[in-house]
Design a protein around this ligand. Structure first.
Ligand SMILES: Cc1cc2nc3c(=O)[nH]c(=O)nc-3n(C[C@H](O)[C@H](O)[C@H](O)COP(=O)(O)OP(=O)(O)OC[C@H]3O[C@@H](n4cnc5c(N)ncnc54)[C@H](O)[C@@H]3O)c2cc1C
Length: 396
């Protein structure tokens, strides 16, 4: 079977790995970046932990898979009648079967100035830009902000807020800049953190953040951003370090090709019980309008489902129906503390932190053989010294 997969993230890579087990399958994996990005570790890399934990070259993942060809290209169009894909540079790829897993993008909900003045942590470039900004202010200009502002009380904002203070203190100590208490402020527009999780978890996480010195401000709606700070609920808030972790939207590819896709209210693609569109294109992970879309574990679940169903059809068996599965969620909040929630089960503290460490190992092992997964996982504990040398990396 010849299968084309677009997207080298959780969904695309896992689908390719599963299908590659059958050596009669020929797989073309097209992605716009040469690396697989392990999103759950990005906050760690942004706050001084190893770079290795967050990116794995696609070439390494598929090194021993002779039947997987990797092409780095940015797909901008699909023509389901001609069964072809076109990239933004005009390359055309014909497909027999197509799986799309393009992931999400950042949205600023039209808030003026965020695009220009806020930092992000969703890609290598964004992380480099943020770290370089912090380095320049502290190491070169000897300036420590009164408050570093993180917008978004979801998992990413919380993980980042809890670990950023330590990184800033480390930079200050290394470059001999007096810092005192580093002011990290976390802003959330809703009345509580983690609005998708239980109230108990919201309140436990808030208490924990406050205990480690993060100021949590709820019901705070950001109205605009400028070089000097934010307007929040009509009042100015001064800061030169604003980090936006809120807002994700479906990949704009689908709206740009809207003739071929039915989009749900949230912009995600409507799929049938086999995760296909009416044109027979498989759409999985963050792109699919399924109940638990937006989590890495859902993308992995979708990938396994689609690969298994393709195999069943190939062997003349009836395809199965998609069943959404609620994944457990574990949010680390500083060293050795996490909040775990799954159905009615809740755990807070070091046991949950241990679960998160195990979950990360499983996450790496989902895409890498045991030995490589272990090295990648071990890198999570390695403190990087790239900003503590006389020649730090240049911002991209
Ligand atoms: C900071 C952060 C932390 C997160 N932490 C967690 C967590 O702890 N647990 C959890 O379960 N989930 C987490 N998530 C969510 C999780 O990362 C996503 O749900 C998951 O990555 C979705 O997988 P996917 O395959 O749909 O998309 P992705 O993994 O995003 O992969 C999409 C791929 O498509 C490529 N691509 C995009 N457009 C094109 C194009 N036009 N042409 C070619 N290639 C293209 C991209 O480069 C990428 O390789 C986090 C997300 C973020 C942003």
């Amino acid at each position: 079977m010849k299968i084309t997969i677009v997207g080298g993230g959780f969904g695309g890579v896992k689908t390719a790995l599963e299908l590659a087990r059958d050596t009669s399958n020929q797989i073309l994996l097209i992605s716009d970046k040469p690396d697989f990005q392990y999103f759950p570790a990005l906050y760690g890399t942004a706050t001084g932990r190893s770079h290795l934990q967050s990116w794995v070259p696609l070439g390494t993942i598929f090194a021993d898979k002779q039947n997987v060809k990797i092409v780095i290209d940015n797909i901008s169009k699909v023509d389901p009648d001609a069964k072809s894909l076109t990239s933004d540079t005009g390359n055309v790829y014909h497909y027999d079967r197509l799986v799309m897993a393009l992931g999400s993008v950042t949205t600023y909900f039209g808030i003026k100035g965020l695009d220009d003045f806020a930092y992000g942590i969703k890609s290598e470039q964004e992380i480099m830009r943020l770290k370089h900004h912090l380095y320049k202010a502290i190491a070169e200009d000897h300036e420590v902000e009164k408050q570093y502002v993180i917008i978004g009380g979801g998992p990413t904002g919380i993980e980042l807020a809890a670990s950023m203070g330590q990184f800033i203190k480390r930079l200050c100590s290394h470059y001999g800049v007096p810092h005192g208490k580093v002011g990290i402020t976390l802003l959330e527009a809703m009345p509580r953190l983690l609005p998708k999780m239980s109230e108990k978890t919201s309140s436990k996480v808030k208490q924990r953040l406050e205990k480690i010195g993060v100021r949590v401000r709820l019901n705070k709606k950001v109205e605009s951003a400028s070089a000097d700070g934010l307007i929040v609920n009509g009042k100015p808030l001064k800061s030169h370090t604003i980090i936006w972790t809120s807002g994700v939207a479906n990949n704009p590819f689908f709206a740009a090709n809207a003739d071929h896709f039915e989009l749900a209210k949230n912009g995600k693609v409507v799929v049938d019980s086999q995760m296909r569109t009416k044109n027979g294109i498989y759409v999985i992970g963050d792109n699919a309008a399924t109940p638990f879309s937006g989590l890495a574990q859902t993308a992995l679940h979708d990938a396994l489902f689609v690969a298994k169903n393709m195999e069943r059809r190939q062997n003349g068996k009836r395809a199965k129906k998609y069943k959404p599965v609620l994944p457990p969620v574990v949010i680390p909040v500083g060293e050795n503390w996490a909040a775990f929630e799954w159905r009615f089960l809740r755990l807070y503290g070091w046991v949950a932190a241990l679960i998160r460490r195990v979950a990360d190992f499983v996450g790496y092992h989902d895409i890498l053989p045991l030995g490589q997964a272990f090295s990648q996982w071990r890198a999570q504990t390695v403190v990087e010294d790239d900003y503590f040398t006389p020649t730090p990396p240049k911002s991209k």
